[in-house]
Design a protein around this ligand. Structure first.
Ligand code: ADP
Ligand code: MG
Length: 388
């Protein structure tokens, strides 16, 4: 597409690498005749060129042959040391095809013959337009990268906040609701024993049963908020979870591990593994239509891996892209928080999700820093979950 000079005056800073003052004047005349306002400097040596590069230029026009220097060398210096974005146009008395190709490969925007300088203005405008588009793309890529990074940090922060909030609610239920219900149960039992009236005693007994149900419910709610079973170790918690899943879903569920006991895991890792298994099993009951599930827990060569596979219908890339599905995305963030990652594979034979966490790395050791420190560390207290 031929470019013409824009209607409004364009002001350009042009660095001209040229040993002939006459050719320089000729170039300026062409640019001005093409409607461009030009601030220009002529340099002819490597030193002068390097020095001039400290200043901002809209375009560099360079002769091919210079005494003791060359246009291709200048291009190399520019691309090596300076912005990739300053347009560079090579001009020569005679230019072989090979040289022209080499110049374009090295990042020149265009090349011209000295006797065809009529093409100079369109070439300059085109080169500037191209490098502005490139600059805009670079900036957009940079902004996108930064925004993705912020989003990742936000997601991790949200995970940590949700976990902290759950801990706080569970603790309140335990301390306030649990405490009051237990006191109520004792008082009702006292009334039942001392009232001396069969009808009142019966009422008190009914009330005790209701209170017991409320205690059970609050324990269930607390457990869902924060798995206290994890205090007995990840293995025990997974055993409990898989057995309960099998009973509730009627899907054959096997837990396999070659370990009788696990080494002490870095803070945050048991909970990440627990939540991964929990989400994987929930997904299986919601989506997979499976008849068999295997959960494998291994620690080998310093890496913990938890694998949950089912023989269900499998999932597609589209499933993972669902706008309102955050389960698996959340697991990836959670894994990253303890220095690990999640792999997912799926086919007609079913779906496998694997959590891998290198143990003993600085990140997983410092996982605790992501947990809120509540200053509540009584190990006999089932609510001291921040130690998990
Ligand atoms: N084990 C599985 N078998 C088949 N499909 C699955 C399985 N796990 C997840 N999916 C699919 O992947 C989607 C995304 O899962 P997830 O991120 O956990 O979100 P959600 O469960 O809230 O939909 C699900 O909606 C489902 O279509
Ligand atoms: Mg899910």
């Amino acid at each position: 597409m031929p470019l013409t000079a824009p209607a409004h005056a364009v002001h350009l800073r042009v660095l001209h690498l040229e040993d002939s003052e006459l050719d320089h004047e000729l170039m300026l005349a062409h640019l001005r005749a093409g409607g461009l306002e030009v601030d220009s400097r002529r340099v002819e040596s490597e030193g002068g060129f390097r020095q001039a590069l400290a200043e901002p230029w809209d375009v560099i026009v360079s002769d091919y042959n210079l005494p003791g220097f060359s246009g291709l060398k200048a291009l190399e210096i520019l691309r090596d040391q300076h912005s990739l974005l300053v347009p560079f146009i090579l001009v020569s008395g005679e230019i072989g095809e090979q040289v022209a190709v080499q110049a374009m490969l090295n990042g020149a925007n265009d090349y011209l013959l000295k006797d065809k300088l009529a093409r100079l203005v369109p070439a300059v405008l085109h080169a500037i337009e191209g490098s502005e588009a490139l600059r805009a793309k670079h900036e957009a890529d940079l902004a996108l990268g930064q925004s993705e990074q912020r989003l990742r940090e936000l997601a991790q922060h949200l995970q940590a906040s949700v976990e902290a909030e759950r801990t706080a609610i569970a603790r309140e239920i335990h301390d306030d609701v649990g405490g009051s219900l237990t006191a109520l149960k004792f008082d009702l039992a006292w009334i039942e024993r001392h009232c001396g009236n069969a009808a009142v005693a019966q009422r008190a007994q009914n009330a005790i049963e209701t209170v017991m149900l409320a205690i059970e419910s609050s324990q269930r709610i607390m457990h869902n908020l924060r798995p206290a079973i994890l205090e007995q170790g990840l293995l025990a918690a997974l055993q409990w979870m898989t057995q309960r899943f099998e009973k509730r879903s009627n899907v054959v569920t096997l837990l396999r591990t070659s370990h009788d006991t696990l080494p002490t895991l870095p803070a945050g890792v048991p909970l990440a593994a627990y939540r991964t298994a929990q989400e994987a099993l929930t997904n299986i009951s919601k989506h997979a239509n499976a008849t068999r599930v295997e959960v494998d827990l291994t620690i080998a060569r310093g890496v913990l891996s938890l694998e949950v596979s089912d023989n269900g219908r499998g999932l597609s890339q589209d499933d993972l892209g669902k706008a309102r599905s955050f389960g698996i995305r959340g697991l990836r963030e959670r894994a990253a928080q303890v220095g690990g990652w999640v792999d997912l594979s799926s086919g007609p034979g079913g779906t496998t999700i694997i959590l891998s966490v290198p143990l003993g790395t600085e990140r997983s050791k410092s996982g605790r820093a992501t947990q809120p420190d509540t200053g509540h560390h009584d190990s006999d207290d089932p609510t001291s979950w921040d130690m998990l």
